[in-house]
Write a protein that binds this ligand. Structure first.
Ligand SMILES: [Zn+2]
Length: 100
């Protein structure tokens, strides 16, 4: 199976459907599982997400910034990233609820 490297700190991701333009290569987002293209991935600190899981509340951007500030070991080792989008989104919702 053909794979594509989307971040130097993450394992290569299997190609779902190849394309002539490398930005149009279809992959499954390694963070949330949504089908996306290489050109629609977003990265922070080497962790890759997509339009579906990056900018949304509790998404990869917010989660990475939170973990970097409050759980540095977790951030450095990338454990939160392996937990995936839905687990971290739920954790963010619980955090944000407790602020009210
Ligand atoms: Zn995603």
């Amino acid at each position: 199976m053909k794979k594509v490297l989307i971040s130097l700190s993450q394992p290569p991701v299997p190609v779902v459907m190849d394309a002539d333009d490398p930005m149009d290569v279809l992959i499954q987002c390694p963070y949330c599982g949504t089908l996306t293209t290489v050109g629609n991935t977003r990265m922070i600190s080497g962790f890759v997400g997509c339009d579906h899981c990056y900018f949304v509340p509790g998404g990869l951007l917010e989660t990475t910034l939170f973990v970097r500030e409050h759980e540095y070991e977790n951030y450095r080792e990338g454990r939160f990233y392996k937990d995936g989008f839905f687990t971290n989104k739920r954790k963010a919702e619980i955090r944000n609820d407790s602020k009210d």
